[in-house]
Design a binder for this molecule. Structure first.
Ligand code: PRT
Ligand code: ZN
Length: 296
């Protein structure tokens, strides 16, 4: 293999993961210049370049050493890992918090789901034959896998399969095809994948730097600044409702001795239910803001 001193990351050219992948790397402080054919992005401020490809090609590019890293759905990575006879040549370095979906078995709406045993002898259409075979084996079910390259959801209507195993996010596609989700085979999201062994040259140091920055960006992305006002007597009840038990900063409000203002950084998403519970406890004027950068 030709030695390289620049780190090369494969990301999806278009599709669901393309823009969020490049946004994330930009947030890690990387600046890129696109080649004319838009297949390669040269890293201008760090020795990190991007190769823009189809997502299905990413595991192979890592396994062949053409790229050191890739941003790809866990579903694609694990399907490729199960497809090789030797130990998986990849490892998942970080889950990236976007592209969330699940790989599920879906059956016709008029059927009732009674468990994996009912799949015996059925024809299941999927683009993930290895993940499905692995799941069937673990549940000791003997079914026929029909491998398709796309449009899996119409297979039952076409009569080429009895049911399907496909990615689901909102569930709208299943509903539109008179199917219902029966069992989740795996939870997926975009991940940063690398070769089973980290590079031992300069690229190893670059990888460590990138992972450190990535951890910072992911941490901030999950953080929200919460600001609210409340009667002083409600402080304890409100503090108990703050997700992740952060340390709030509490300040008095000029001219209103019975009230306080509270501010804190909450890790994890605050939901409407969280806010409503705090309102019930006495909080008002609540504001939730994204956090741009954080340095302790
Ligand atoms: O061109 P290229 O080969 O690179 O892209 P692609 O068309 O193969 O992939 P793309 O962009 O559709 O998906 C890339 C990755 O996004 C997948 O590998 C998953 O990890 C992730 N992802 C997240 C999804 C979905 N959500 C998703 N909903 N990938 C596909 N879907 C499809 C699903 O197959 C089904 O057809 O959307 C439909 C279901 O969506 P709902 O919302 O109706 O349930
Ligand atoms: Zn693809």
């Amino acid at each position: 293999m030709i030695p390289r001193d620049r780190l090369r990351i494969a990301v999806q050219k278009s599709g669901r993961l393309g823009d969020p992948s490049r946004d994330l790397l930009t947030r890690c402080g990387l600046k890129f210049r696109s080649s004319r054919d838009k297949l390669f992005c040269f890293g201008e401020n760090m020795a990190v370049d991007l190769l823009l490809v189809r997502d299905d090609d990413i595991p192979g590019l890592i396994a062949d050493g053409v790229c050191d890293l890739g941003v790809v759905g866990r579903n694609v990575l694990e399907e490729a890992g199960l497809g090789v006879t030797e130990a998986s040549p990849f490892r998942e370095l970080r889950a990236l918090g976007f592209g969330g979906c699940r790989l599920s078995i879906a059956i016709p709406q008029e059927q009732e789901w009674q468990g994996p045993a009912q799949l015996a002898g059925q024809r299941i259409a999927t683009t993930y034959p290895h993940l499905l075979a692995d799941w069937l084996k673990r549940h000791d079910v003997d079914a026929q896998i029909v491998t398709l390259s796309g449009s899996v959801e119409i297979a039952p209507r076409l009569g080429t399969a009895d049911l399907i195993c496909d990615l689901v996010s909102s569930g709208a596609t299943l509903a539109a095809n008179q199917l219902q989700e029966a069992a989740v085979i795996m939870q997926s999201e975009a991940v940063l994948a690398g070769a089973a062994e980290a590079p031992r040259d300069e690229r190893g140091d670059l990888l460590e730097l990138l992972l450190r920055r990535l951890d910072g960006v992911l941490h901030v992305r999950e953080s929200r600044l919460l600001m609210l006002k409340a009667p002083r007597i409600a402080l304890e009840a409100i503090t108990a409702l703050l997700p992740g038990q952060p340390m709030p900063t509490v300040t008095p409000i000029e001219g209103r001795p019975d009230d306080i203002a509270l501010q804190c950084v909450c890790s994890g998403n605050l939901s409407w239910q969280d806010l409503e519970a705090m309102k019930q406890a006495g909080a008002h004027n609540m504001l939730v803001l994204p956090v741009e950068m954080m340095l302790a």
